[in-house]
Design a protein around this ligand. Structure first.
Ligand SMILES: Cc1ncc(COP(=O)(O)O)c(C=O)c1O
Length: 492
């Protein structure tokens, strides 16, 4: 029984083609334990038996069992065998709840923050949106640059950074933004942060007070939702249409202090904000004396259609704060991004950033500055663009059979994901779960929705999936969608 369960799970995991065998067995066992299929205290077959039943090598089995033992899922008792640890939390118990044991009660805000928005458990598999293929990152080169900067480092570089970040890095960012995003800026306006999350946090802390209103796109990027929730702002969802955020008269009844937008490729629908809408948002911001937070998270990857300049580039009233990140082109764990603030806010932002966050990591920033100066960033970007363009083409081709009147693609001109829009009657969460059972991660569009009930579909990433993954798994995805649509058409 156990071996059947494990073999099914391993077959599912192997569809991804990325995990080595011992890791697949580890995952299969870990899931069986967390789902309660292997009960606490239950005795496992010996490694010899598992080797035979699963037709795996002994080394593979031993490596998986050892890892599970190290992580506390299994315990061995000499002479009597290996058992599931009595203290492993069950999947349900791992979900955050209001009551964390004796007297450990989260605040209401804490409960909201600790509740998963829509991230799935096993993130790294084909079609997970929001993930770039950082396996292509030139690790050896990066290591050489890091070593060099650590060798050359002087005491000031080990201190907190007061000036908004390492000057040559800020210069490189300013040059890039002037040329490629048409942002007219001085170097002093660039502040290096630990990514967009921190940039949003700083803006919310400094530009809005508790209970002020932030307009958010509906559906929305969950990272932004959490950042604004954490700062005690009132979230006001504004529905997105094919031209991006689309404020109506009723929205103006909740006047915004902040307007958070992803204009070049709305996350997650992929809508590109039209020029008319850009002017509308800028003039609304002016009218309400609000600030616009422009999250330009994947603007580096544009595959078709005319280039789009930034909102910051159109702003004549110093109302836009522009946020960018190195997470997509380099790797997310780098945790470096940048925030461009209007000149009048530079001193206040630097001071508050210093006091709130104690920024640092100057040797890392120096290595990144050199990486950019030497042209490695440009070539990483060129390679990434080429590779994502191929993946995108391949995914579009794979999805072709399920497209039609009831299934349309939006947002495929740019970025690392696209959105497959489905009719409002489709249970997109059930469909995403069905697809998850094939070993693929897509997200239901409705899982990103704050208020609206009409937006259904699948958010599908092609950043992480290799061409081979897409060729193998794309048809499975398309078939699952077609079957769901066929079922809708059948009379009950
Ligand atoms: C909409 C959006 N903004 C920003 C980011 C990048 O955030 P960070 O710089 O915090 O890694 C992401 C990454 O997934 C994103 O999807």
């Amino acid at each position: 029984m156990l071996s059947e369960l494990l073999l099914t799970e391993i077959a599912r995991l192997s569809l991804q083609g990325k995990l080595p065998l011992h890791r697949q067995l580890y995952e299969a066992l870990r899931r069986a334990i967390l789902d309660g299929k292997l009960a606490a205290g239950e005795r496992l077959p010996s490694s010899r038996e598992l080797t035979q039943d699963l037709n795996l090598s002994r080394n593979t089995v031993v490596a998986a069992l050892s890892q599970l033992a190290v992580e506390g899922y299994l315990v061995s008792h000499v002479g009597s065998g290996t058992f599931v640890n009595d203290n492993v939390p069950k999947a349900a118990a791992r979900r955050p709840s209001a009551q964390h044991g004796h007297g450990m009660k989260l605040s209401r805000r804490g409960q909201a923050l600790a509740t998963s928005f829509c991230a799935t458990q096993l993130e790294i598999q084909p079609f997970t949106p929001g993930i770039a293929d950082f396996s292509a990152f030139p690790v050896a080169l990066w290591q050489r640059l890091q070593n060099k900067h650590w060798r050359m480092t002087y005491p000031d570089m080990l201190d907190y950074s007061y000036s908004g970040g390492y000057a040559p890095l800020r210069r490189s960012v300013a040059d890039y933004l002037r040329v490629f995003r048409s942002v007219p800026l001085e170097v002093e306006q660039v502040i290096i942060t630990s990514g967009t999350q921190q940039s949003m946090d700083l803006c919310a802390q400094l530009l809005a007070d508790h209970n002020d209103t932030v307009w958010l796109e509906d559906p929305a990027y969950w990272g932004a939702v959490k950042a604004f929730m954490a700062t005690g702002l009132k979230l006001h969802p504004v529905a997105v249409d094919q031209h991006g955020i689309a404020p109506q008269a009723r929205d103006e009844a909740a006047p915004p202090r902040l307007i958070y937008v992803t204009p070049s490729h709305q996350y997650p629908t992929g809508a590109v904000m039209s020029l008319a809408r850009r002017h509308q948002i800028l003039s609304l911001a002016k009218q309400h004396k609000a600030w616009i937070l422009e999250d330009d998270y994947d603007s580096e990857f544009r595959f078709s259609g005319p280039p789009i300049s930034s909102l910051a580039g159109l702003d004549t009233d110093e109302r836009v704060l522009y946020m960018g990140s190195f997470s997509k082109v380099l790797y997310p764990g780098l945790k470096l991004g940048y925030l461009v603030v209007p000149k009048g806010l530079v001193a206040a932002f630097k001071q508050a950033h210093y006091d709130l966050n104690r920024p640092g990591q100057m040797p890392l920033q120096a290595a990144l500055a050199e990486f950019i100066e030497m042209g490695h960033f440009a070539s990483a970007l060129r390679r990434a663009r080429q590779s994502y363009a191929e993946r995108r083409r391949c995914l579009l081709a794979a999805l072709q059979p399920c497209l039609g009147q009831h299934a349309q693609i939006t947002g495929a001109e740019q970025g690392l994901h696209l959105c497959l829009r489905l009719p409002g009657v489709v249970d997109d969460k059930a469909l995403a779960e069905r697809i998850a059972r094939l070993g693929l991660t897509v997200r239901a569009l409705s899982a990103y929705c704050l208020e609206r009930k009409d937006a259904k579909g699948l958010v599908i990433g092609y950043g992480y999936a290799t061409l081979a993954d897409i060729e193998r798994c794309g048809p499975l995805l398309a078939r699952a969608v077609s079957e769901t649509l066929e079922r809708l058409n059948k009379p009950a």
